[in-house]
Design a protein around this ligand. Structure first.
Ligand SMILES: Cc1cc2nc3c(=O)[nH]c(=O)nc-3n(C[C@H](O)[C@H](O)[C@H](O)COP(=O)(O)OP(=O)(O)OC[C@H]3O[C@@H](n4cnc5c(N)ncnc54)[C@H](O)[C@@H]3O)c2cc1C
Length: 397
């Protein structure tokens, strides 16, 4: 078997015909241009706001590239296409920014629907949710202060609201446990993350005795998180639990820096990209070296980290499809990593965002506008697409 390489565009794009490849090319060209994203975003939001019928345009282009559809049912086609190439799906209900209790209940029910769809389906090995999908942000901020000890306790009203949040999270994790389905809890802003970590650890204490069911997410762009990872593992070990974790670099760097500067506290983000990379790779290695009671998902589009994890597994004699280790990327991005890893026999999954167009579009556009890593990645995607077009003998753009 030839050695693993992310340069192989024939494998990377085998799921895309010429028309799909051309669409990807133009979409990445658009995303790579900040003013186009800004103008396109404003126009799209306006058109959706006044009910202008652009749904078909979005669905056939942006959704086809980055999303599964509007419902779990609609995601089946994209999931089946990924499965053909040995890649698993994570149904990611991407609706955010809600405020009402009824919306939080509805989101919790939707997450349960993703668990039902995943149950017994080997092509959907993980589920996922964000705590901000089932809880009010301001309440999370206050609960965070309680966990940190900067606030003694919540008011009676807040306590009642918080117990409803705990019930939702419990309901979701219980459903995952009953379905024997592993579930990620995404990491978010540092000023609500202690509350999320606490919730997640409470769920691990309930459900991770026999197997890794509930996964926390650790963002290694924070300078304190490698130590956190080790402490959390020691805590779980002490309790006889499986410590399951998704490692990511972190998506909210700009926001974190801005808030820290405005409020005059130390920026929680690492001093440089190199420091983030160093801690991320050290975290990956730490998990591999403690796999007897850990499970790891490497959520990254970074070629070096993905290659290192594959190499380190091989060096340690960990079989490629060991179900304690998974690689994860986002649907429509970094296919050269996903498809080549899957082709070589590693466990690979893709987050497949879905939800009503009107709700998902603002989320996708904001991510494209805010996230420097998305901007940095577009030129790599374009280069790979052009290489594949050339290989196929189609150089008409
Ligand atoms: C499957 C999956 C799940 C994810 N889940 C989450 C989640 O739950 N929570 C979350 O926050 N993010 C999540 N992300 C996003 C992730 O955190 C990164 O933003 C994104 O993947 C880019 O990082 P990278 O590892 O792919 O590699 P790269 O593109 O190599 O790294 C870019 C990242 O490096 C860091 N960085 C860049 N410049 C600097 C700098 N100057 N100093 C310090 N650090 C820097 C930032 O984190 C930036 O996003 C997820 C990503 C994937 C693929």
């Amino acid at each position: 078997m030839s050695p693993l390489s992310f340069e192989n565009t024939a494998i990377a794009f085998k799921g895309k015909d010429d028309a799909a490849l051309r669409r990807s090319y133009w979409l990445f060209k658009l995303i790579g241009n900040p003013s186009m994203v800004r103008i396109g975003g404003t126009l799209t939001n306006f058109a959706l706001g006044i009910g202008f019928p652009i749904g078909w345009l979005i669905k056939n282009n942006i959704f086809a590239q980055f999303c599964g559809g509007e419902t779990v049912e609609e995601c089946k086609a994209a999931s089946a296409r990924l499965a053909e190439y040995g890649i698993g799906t994570i149904l990611d209900y991407s609706v955010e920014g809600k405020e009402k209790e009824s919306d939080f209940d509805a989101t919790a029910e939707e997450i349960i629907r993703t668990i039902d769809a995943a149950k017994g389906n080997p092509h959907i090995p993980f589920c996922v949710f964000k705590v901000t999908g089932v809880a009010r942000f301001e309440l999370l901020e206050r609960q965070n202060e309680v966990v940190r000890g900067t606030l003694t306790q919540l008011t009676e009203k807040d306590q009642a609201e918080w117990s409803r949040v705990v019930q939702r999270v419990l309901h979701i994790c219980q459903a995952a446990y009953d379905a024997d389905q592993r579930i990620f809890i995404d990491a978010e802003d540092s000023w609500i993350q202690d509350a999320i970590d606490q919730l997640c650890h409470d769920m691990m204490e309930k459900f991770n005795h026999q197997a890794p069911i509930v996964y926390n997410t650790v963002q290694l762009y924070r300078h304190d998180r490698l130590e956190f990872l080790k402490k959390a593992h020691a805590w779980a070990k002490d309790k006889g639990l499986h410590y399951a974790v998704k490692l990511v670099r972190g998506a909210y760097m700009e926001k974190e820096g801005k808030r820290a500067a405005e409020m005059g506290y130390q920026n929680p983000i690492q001093p440089s990209k190199e420091a983030t990379d160093r801690d991320f790779n050290a975290g990956v290695k730490y998990c591999l070296d403690n796999l007897q009671d850990m499970a790891l998902c490497c959520g990254s589009h970074n070629e070096e980290s993905s290659m290192l994890l594959a190499q380190w597994m091989d060096e340690r004699g960990i079989v490629k499809n060991d179900n304690r280790v998974a690689f994860a990327q986002l649907f429509g991005m970094s296919d050269h990593i996903s498809y080549n890893l899957a082709d070589a026999g590693y466990n690979v999954v893709k987050y497949l965002p879905y939800g009503p167009i009107k709700e998902v579009m603002p989320y996708l556009l904001r991510r494209a506008q805010e996230n420097t890593s998305v901007k940095g990645q577009t030129s790599r995607e374009l280069g790979l697409i052009l290489k594949e077009r050339k290989r196929r003998g189609n150089e008409d753009y």
